[in-house]
Design a protein around this ligand. Structure first.
Ligand code: NAG
Ligand code: NAG
Ligand code: NAG
Ligand code: NAG
Length: 952
């Protein structure tokens, strides 16, 4: 290419010069506007610009277009749409459908209910009815709609009495912005902190499989936000998850997914606090480095956008007065400030990621300084502490878009409360529940609402928090989020109460089109909705007694057999131990005489307490803060978790309050991928010297074999497996040579632990998700075992290998069973968050069961663990989900064992080792099923005393 040719191209510098000139002009204009009246300003402006651009060189057509644009700039999005004959998203040809015999949550109280009663949830109820859908709209809700009068070709879906709700609306998702297995991400544009001009839609990939998975959880509509790396991240878009012909659309297209084809409202994502600071703060180089800098970034951007809007308004006012043709400049237009300008014009619904009081209150100031409205603070973990500050936001009180109990993961989240939703609602702030997919799997965002309900938020508010309230915050409340005549036909029929453990859609409709061709329905009995008005009393105090009595116990699961009592029974605790369960007449009489506290329960349960295996409980307090961790495993050799345990943290307290009294943790900074020796301890202990605090110093040897195994020493999975193989072979050699190096300090060296592994006395726990890696492990096991057999030792030839993770383990379920390798599933419901999990089963209605079902069918011994430490409080609930969706594979007792007794078997712990109490059984007393939403722990055995949560 010749140099001459290159010279003809406009240079980048030309473009910047134009830009600077334009900027100078608009700043000049702004000064004049401030100083003079609008008219005078216009006159001077005209003179000033006349000198810049001689008259007569402007296109009249373009000036007229500019003037037409003025009308658009002034447009205020309409709140209420005129009643519709047809849903604009409807695809002509979609068959009308009659859904018969549904139990419907309409999302509204009965007509005529007062505001006060509605807030209290009165006259919200489930109604038995049919629903007729046509033209993409809910046409009719009535009991027994006759088939005769339906249009020709109508389809019929029999709901068989099952629960029906509006499609779930997740107002914080990044679905479709990352590719499968998180290989590629288009969530954050991290080139600059202020990027209001970006559009998430530009990156949305309609073919990402997660879109179908998420929808299989009943989610029909989502706000797809850019990430929170930037203070101003860019524009967001509300989409519906119907893609292409298979979902009843005519084409595969980003635009076709827009929930509102009219694009009435626009949306924008902003973010405060740790994230932008962490991305941009480069010492001495660039900001924002602190929250001080962040607020300046906001103000500086808003100031420039204000200036831009003013210059446009001036132009439009002048064009109105003098006629567009007489204008001597074009309408000022700059793509960079167009979106933020629209925010200031009230055309954009701003959603901001802010956690803490400083962030929230500074942002409330910004709304008042620049007069724009914030619709919802997201994450918002401290909003519950400052409802009155939120009410001072300009233009209206923002909502709080929350997680139910995902907290403590960073400093900003360390003051969170699982009562936040309840407290906010009581103080006049709307809580909604979101996934921040992929942070949580949006497929199960309904569980966030369910857990919030379990934590005291009224049923109707919790369900509204993923349907109507979210739709309203998106400006779609007049057509999305309720089951109401004239609304978009986005409908879910559930196989159980939607706010119960494991509730799963049977079918999902978007704009009246069924989304699943041959949906798998779990075999569940049709059950009536939960009693939605009862939330357990939460005003409890934690007390400690030697002796206490519980009455009202209906279910006892302490022994092999489960005992269900028709008439409730009594449990008498003496010296922290269960002394009697039953009528206990003598013990009761004694208790009365000695003024022993008696705690009356409704629907009481007694179970063994739960065990958290393979989490970082006791080793990680705040995930994002290394000072709060024990720290990563050493580069060479192994360490013992027992030497780094830290007691008395919030993570442990929450686990304990949810019945997780025992934890087995191994050195790690990220969950299941540990390296070193795990220890078993009591989550309720104050320190390690307390009696019963450590109940087994050394439980198992752990190594990672997920993608996280790739590191400096082992850059590949093959080298990590190779290193493990050579260590194990060396250990076999050491044992057979009777190399007696297992005394003194050598006892704590990796090779001694490996010798115990090959001698069959120490379990080996390997993290792995990929079915291929798991197959390799099974092969390695038999390889080592046959070498052991050939050696002339008395040691057992059985290696006790345990897989933790296991997203794809179901693919080799039979082989795992044959090799006698147990699997600890973590997470219970994987969603292909890494490439080695890409074949995860997401469950009904898309897949016939999930990994755990197939493992159980194959006879594999299974436990349930979690990836993130905050989730340990939900272990009971996770077992409940496995139970509810097991189609009878699991008894209630089996389900409890998934987070309890199975670990004793898997790890070969003797009953004696496991007890918190030195004699007798461990016990936990609950009000409500510990496997369901809303269960309350009321008592725990703790050595010679009982810890009791007593109503105050
Ligand atoms: C749908 O298509 C049919 C056949 O082309 C046509 O008769 C009908 O008017 C269309 N309906 C609407 C609402 O556009
Ligand atoms: C509705 O479903 C329930 C539960 O399956 C059934 O008992 C009832 O008979 C059904 N009602 C009608 C009208 O079909
Ligand atoms: C190993 O050596 C110890 C003494 O160091 C001895 O007591 C034991 O019998 C030996 N075991 C085998 C299997 O040779
Ligand atoms: C699901 O799998 C189970 C057992 O693996 C089988 O019995 C059942 O027929 C399957 N159901 C469907 C709908 O394929």
């Amino acid at each position: 290419m010749s140099k001459d040719h290159l010279d003809e191209l406009p240079s980048y510098r030309d473009a910047t010069r134009t830009w600077i000139r334009h900027r100078r002009k608009s700043r000049f204009t702004r000064l004049l506007v401030v100083a003079l009246s609008a008219y005078l300003a216009f006159g001077v402006y005209r003179i000033a610009t006349n000198t810049a651009k001689p008259p007569g060189t402007l296109s009249v057509t373009k000036l007229r277009d500019n003037h037409a644009t003025c009308a658009k700039l002034r447009r205020i999005p309409s709140e209420i749409e005129a009643s519709r004959e047809v849903n604009k998203r409807w695809v002509n040809g979609t068959k009308p459908i009659l859904i018969r015999n549904a139990t419907i949550w309409t999302g509204e109280p009965k007509a005529g209910t007062s505001y006060e009663d509605a807030r209290l949830g009165r006259s919200y109820e489930w109604v038995s009815s049919d629903v007729f859908v046509d033209n993409g709209l809910i046409q009719k809700i009535a009991p027994s709609i006759s088939i005769e009068h339906l249009p020709h070709g109508s389809e019929i879906f029999d709901a068989n009495g099952r629960q029906l709700t509006a499609g779930i609306v997740d107002m914080h998702s990044h679905a479709g912005l990352d590719s499968l297995g998180n290989l590629q991400s288009d969530t954050n544009e991290l080139s600059s902190d202020i990027t209001p001009f970006l559009q998430s839609l530009d990156a949305l990939d309609p073919l990402q499989p997660e879109i179908q998975w998420i929808k299989s959880g009943g989610v029909t509509t989502s706000l797809i936000l850019p990430g929170s790396g930037n203070n101003m991240g860019g524009e967001a878009f509300v989409v519906k998850f119907a893609v292409g012909k298979q979902n009843g659309r005519t084409e595969i297209s980003q635009e076709d997914m827009l929930a509102d084809p009219d694009k009435n409202w626009r949306y924008m994502k902003m973010a405060c606090g740790e994230n932008p600071k962490g991305v941009y703060g480069k010492y001495g180089e660039r900001g924002p480095f602190s929250r001080l800098g962040e607020s300046w970034e906001f103000r500086h951007a808003l100031e420039q956008a204000t200036e831009y809007v003013n210059s446009q308004n001036d132009w439009c006012a002048a064009a109105d007065t003098n006629g567009a043709e007489d204008m001597t400049t074009y309408l000022p237009q700059e793509l960079k400030w167009e979106s933020l300008g629209a925010v200031l014009r009230g055309q954009v619904r701003v959603n901001t990621h802010c956690y803490t009081i400083p962030d929230l209150e500074a942002f409330v100031r910004h709304t008042n300084e620049f007069k724009f409205r914030i619709y919802a603070f997201h994450h918002a973990h401290q909003t519950y502490l400052i409802p009155e500050v939120l009410k001072r936001a300009w233009g209206g009180t923002p909502a709080a878009a929350l997680f139910a109990d995902n907290m403590y993961y960073k400093v900003e989240a360390y003051t969170a409360s699982d009562k936040a939703g309840k407290i906010l609602y009581e103080n006049g702030i709307t809580p909604t529940y979101v996934s921040d997919n992929p942070v949580l799997n949006s497929q199960h965002v309904i569980m966030e609402a369910a857990k919030a309900h379990g934590n005291g938020l009224p049923y109707h508010v919790a369900l509204a928090g993923v349907t109507s309230a979210s739709a309203e915050l998106l400006g779609l409340g007049h057509r999305v989020g309720k089951i109401k005549e004239g609304f978009d036909a986005d409908i879910v029929v559930w196989d159980a109460d939607p706010l119960s453990a494991g509730a799963t859609p049977v079918q999902v409709w978007i704009d009246g089109a069924p989304q699943f061709k041959d949906p798998v329905a779990l075999k569940k009995p049709t059950t009536p909705p939960a009693k939605h008005d009862s939330v357990p009393n939460d005003d409890v105090e934690m007390r400690s007694y030697e002796n206490v009595v519980f009455t009202g116990i209906s279910k006892v699961y302490l022994d092999e057999a489960e005992i269900t009592h028709d008439e409730s029974v009594t449990a008498v605790i003496q010296n922290g131990k269960l002394a009697c369960i039953g009528t206990c007449a003598n013990e009761l009489a004694l208790a009365h005489q000695s003024n022993t506290p008696i705690i009356d329960l409704e629907n009481g349960y007694i179970t063994p307490p739960f065990t958290a295996f393979g989490s970082t409980l006791g080793l990680v307090e705040i995930d994002a803060e290394s000072d709060t961790h024990d720290g990563p495993p050493p580069k060479e050799g192994v360490s013992r978790a027992v030497d780094g345990l830290a007691f008395d943290g919030k993570q442990l307290a929450r686990a304990y309050e949810h019945g997780v009294t025992r934890a087995i943790s191994a050195p790690s900074t990220f969950s299941i991928d540990a390296r070193g020796i795990s220890t078993a301890f009591s989550t309720g202990a104050k320190h390690s010297l307390e009696k019963g605090a450590i109940w087994q110093d050394e439980v198992a040897l752990h190594y990672p074999l997920t993608l996280r195994a790739k590191g400096d020493k082992t850059p590949s999975i093959s080298s990590a497996v190779g290193l493990l193989r050579s260590k194990l072979l060396q250990a076999v050699h050491d044992v057979s040579a009777n190399d007696s190096t297992s005394t003194g300090k050598e006892a704590y060296e990796e090779k001694s632990y490996l010798k115990r592994v090959v001698s069959g006395t120490l379990p080996l726990v390997l993290s792995a998700h990929s079915a291929d890696t798991i197959a390799t492990i099974i092969h390695l096991k038999s390889e080592i075992e046959s070498v052991i057999k050939e050696t002339d030792t008395e040691v057992t030839s059985k290696l006790r290998i345990i897989i933790i993770g296991g997203a794809e383990s179901y693919l080799v379920a039979k082989e795992l069973a044959a090799a006698d390798v147990p699997v600890v599933i973590a997470p219970l419901r994987p969603y292909s968050q890494s490439w080695d999990q890409r074949r995860s089963l997401t469950g009904a209605p898309l897949t016939n069961g999930t990994a755990i079902d197939i493992l159980i069918d194959a006879g594999v011994l299974v436990g349930i663990s979690v990836e993130e430490v905050w989730e340990t409080r939900d272990l009971g609930l996770l077992a409940g989900i496995a139970y509810a969706n097991s189609e009878g594979r699991l008894s209630f007792k089996n389900a409890l064992d998934l987070v309890g007794a199975n670990f004793d078997t898997i790890l070969g712990l003797s009953k004696h080792d496991v007890g918190l109490s030195t004699e007798g059984r461990d016990w936990a007393v609950w009000e409500g099923s510990p496997l369901e939403i809303g269960a309350r722990l009321r008592g725990l055995g703790n050595g010679a005393r009982a810890v009791v949560w007593q109503k105050s």
